[in-house]
Design a protein around this ligand. Structure first.
Ligand SMILES: NC(=O)c1ccc[n+]([C@@H]2O[C@H](COP(=O)([O-])OP(=O)(O)OC[C@H]3O[C@@H](n4cnc5c(N)ncnc54)[C@H](O)[C@@H]3O)[C@@H](O)[C@H]2O)c1
Length: 271
């Protein structure tokens, strides 16, 4: 049975643990780790059937087959190279870390050298399967349009640098349009979505991102439009935030659970 180690026991890590505990995923939840040992122990105690050991990260990496990073971008920088060097497969949730070209190339190189798999779940968007299929031929454009209630963009470096008064926005307003490489710095909260789309398709420079403040919305809406030799498609997701961490959409946790099921299943459906 596949031995799983989870690093990061917050909302996403917790949902994955619960899915394994419920029997929905046929794998062994072997170990968990978190910067906060208390948080990890509390999660372990909440499980009914599984009893994962709390391990320090270095110990966890030596003892599992698949490492799931559901912690933070800094954890990706620090831990994922070590996991790959130890020959472990890794699922990365904090995919925004891969906007850093040097880190991206290092992780891809280490995965190849050590014959390991790196998995990036679709996260809070729909359409990664379509981008994957389309990329078997030429893709001419990928546009991500993110619409949020204005105050949902508070604190973004772009908003602060331009002194945009979010509370005064009364109608749909385009705040940013540019390559994903710039969008991830201007709106770091959008970084995971933009990064996954860029990795699947045509990269961080050619993927275009638009960020719109819309006072009529209560949910975060991500739309993707892709054009290429195949034709054109568009997807739209209206995300509900998770109850425990409003920054994370519930769909992101579900996409991690679904990726895990796909890894374990002899039957693969979808691209
Ligand atoms: N791929 C996507 O589309 C997507 C969507 C939402 C969130 N995310 C990312 O997934 C990650 C987890 O999200 P979440 O909602 O579960 O977050 P969360 O804040 O609920 O939980 C994160 C947990 O990781 C722990 N942690 C942080 N850094 C750590 C480190 N270096 N070592 C060990 N533990 C560490 C924290 O103590 C916390 O318990 C975040 O980085 C988030 O940005 C990705």
């Amino acid at each position: 049975m596949l031995k799983i180690g989870i690093i990061g026991c917050g909302f996403i890590g917790g949902q994955i643990c619960k899915a394994i505990d419920s029997g929905a995923i046929d794998a062994e939840l072997y170990a968990i780790s978190d910067l906060s040992e208390n948080k990890a122990l509390k999660l372990a105690a909440s499980l009914k059937k599984c009893s994962p050991a709390y391990m320090r990260i270095e110990e966890l990496l030596q003892n599992v087959d698949l490492v799931i990073e559901s912690a933070s971008q800094s954890a990706v920088k620090l831990i994922v190279p070590q996991a790959l060097e130890a020959g472990r497969d890794v699922m990365v949730l904090s995919v925004g870390a891969l906007a850093d070209e040097e880190l991206r190339e290092r992780l891809f190189r280490l995965a190849k050298q050590n014959n390991c798999k790196l998995y990036f779940p679709s996260g809070a968007v729909a359409g990664i399967d379509g981008i994957n299929s389309a990329s078997a031929a030429e893709i001419s454009s990928v546009i991500l349009t993110t619409r949020k209630p204005p105050m949902g963009l508070a604190g973004a470096p772009h908003v602060e640098a331009l002194g945009i008064k979010l509370e005064k926005i009364e109608k749909e307003t385009l705040l940013f349009e540019g390559p994903a490489s710039k969008a991830v710095k201007a709106f770091p909260a959008n970084v995971n979505v933009a990064a996954t789309i860029s990795l699947a398709g045509i990269g961080f420079e050619r993927t275009k991102v638009r960020v719109i403040a819309d006072p009529t919305l209560s949910r975060n809406v991500h739309e993707i439009t892709v054009e290429g030799e195949f034709g054109k498609f568009s997807t739209r997701v209206e995300n509900l935030p998770s109850p425990e961490n409003p920054k994370t959409s519930y769909l992101a946790a579900l996409s991690a659970i679904s990726t895990l099921k796909k890894i374990l299943s002899p039957v693969q459906i979808g691209t």
